[in-house]
Design a protein around this ligand. Structure first.
Ligand SMILES: CC(=O)SCCNC(=O)CCNC(=O)[C@H](O)C(C)(C)COP(=O)(O)OP(=O)(O)OC[C@H]1O[C@@H](n2cnc3c(N)ncnc32)[C@H](O)[C@@H]1OP(=O)(O)O
Ligand SMILES: O=C([O-])CC(=O)C(=O)O
Length: 371
């Protein structure tokens, strides 16, 4: 038995949720470029869960279900107020509270198709309410209830800030949600599938996936990108920052990808958004510094930006606190995690690979008093 480090190139399952073929990303066979340009996030949720785009009636009924499911249990909200929220990373809070939500869900252990669908809707709706409520409680404010007439993207920004977003902000945020919704067998999706392949419940799978997304080699990179941009500060410092980072073999957050070797197809949409939004806020430096980083890293290291790179300046321009960037990734990606969990349940087999043992050979046991 020989191990493949990081399972690179290993095909671990079949899937019909999303594909990356020759650097082209599709959800259920629809190009990410078309979806980013034309679809609402709710249409994408429907597509990922049902394998087809919804008609108007199907879309309206999903929106209605999400809207009805969006409130958090009052008791849980009350409990949240007594937690040390400002001391914990928001991903830690999200991972913990999502796990707690299972205790308030009467369908938690119901593994029927209907029970799993009801959980899917609740998780999708409540994670958005949860991230925004957390942010407001942490700031000493009351949570804001969603408005029925607003779409998913607008509602998130409304619940976060208390003001309805303008059209440009709503469209940008919608597009970001669409672009982050699914991505084949990335680390957090694989984690979710491994977890539920033991026939554990959906809350366990999503909680595990949130834990995997948190790391800076995965979803946690978007927060680190903003940290890096803030440290660099201005364009004239980009070159020296990179020189130093390359000399010290430091990873540049938001660059590189296990699967894409010719660039992440989502990055160009986020780059455009970053340009537009930073022009509006008058903080063009975040965009120009990012472009300079991209050009230099491409020329010197052949490294290209991934989805996390330009999403940082996009979210910053929308006025979103930097430590909420990764929770927002989770608010979108939960749609994909759920689609993969449902697919795993449909054709389940325990996921249990082998390890190539490289430890010491059979050892002789020495009694405690002789050691
Ligand atoms: C949503 C997402 O999860 S997208 C990814 C988000 N993560 C990041 O942006 C973190 C920065 N990027 C990385 O750490 C990596 O590129 C990953 C984790 C995304 C992919 O990792 P892997 O496929 O395991 O590639 P690995 O880390 O082995 O890199 C291969 C080579 O490229 C270099 N490299 C890859 N990414 C970077 C980077 N961001 N900065 C500097 N060098 C890099 C490595 O140092 C390595 O060089 P070497 O062969 O000389 O040692
Ligand atoms: O696929 C990956 O390895 C990481 C990624 O880009 C994502 O999850 O969106």
């Amino acid at each position: 038995m020989t191990a493949t480090r990081g399972l690179e190139g290993v095909v671990a399952t079949t899937s019909s949720v999303s594909s990356i073929i020759d650097d082209v990303l599709t959800y259920r066979g629809y190009s990410i470029d078309d979806l980013a340009e034309h679809a609402t996030f709710e249409e994408v949720i429907y597509l990922l869960w049902n394998g087809k785009l919804p008609n108007e009636q199907e879309l309206n009924s999903l929106k209605e279900e999400l809207s009805k499911a969006s409130a958090l249990p009052a008791e849980l909200l009350q409990q949240m107020k007594s937690l040390p929220l400002s001391e914990a990373h928001p991903m830690t809070v999200l991972r913990t509270i999502v796990s707690m939500l299972a205790m308030y869900d009467e369908d938690s252990e119901d593994m029927s198709v209907e029970g799993n669908y009801r959980k899917a809707v609740r998780l999708q709706a409540q994670m958005s309410t949860l991230v925004t409520a957390f942010s407001r409680i942490r700031d000493g404010k009351e949570p804001v209830a969603p408005k029925k007439e607003l779409g998913f993207a607008a509602n998130f920004l409304y619940m976060l800030t208390g003001s309805e977003p303008d059209e440009i902000s709503e469209n940008a945020f919608n597009q970001a949600l669409v672009l982050h919704a699914d991505h084949e067998l990335n680390a957090s999706t694989f984690t979710a599938r491994v977890c539920v392949a033991t026939l554990s419940d959906m809350y366990s799978g999503i909680t595990a996936a949130i834990g995997a997304l948190k790391g800076p080699l995965h979803g946690g990179a978007n927060e680190q990108v903003m940290k890096m941009l803030s440290e660099i500060g201005s364009e004239e410092n980009v070159e020296s920052y990179l020189k130093n980072a390359i000399e010290n073999k430091k990873k540049i957050m938001g660059f590189g990808h296990r699967v894409y070797k010719n660039g992440d197809p989502r990055a160009k949409h986020l780059r455009e958004m970053s340009k537009q939004l930073t022009t509006i806020t008058g903080e063009e430096k975040w965009y120009t510094m990012s472009v300079q980083l991209e050009e230099t890293l491409k020329a010197e290291k052949g490294l290209l930006p991934n989805v996390d790179f330009y999403s940082a300046s996009v979210y910053h321009s929308l006025g979103i606190p930097h430590d909420l960037f990764t929770p927002i990734f989770a608010v979108s990606r939960v749609s994909g995690w759920i689609a993969h969990i449902l697919e795993q349940y449909e054709n389940n087999r325990l996921i249990r690979p082998r390890a190539d043992y490289i430890g010491p050979d059979m050892q002789t046991f020495v009694p405690l008093e002789q050691r």
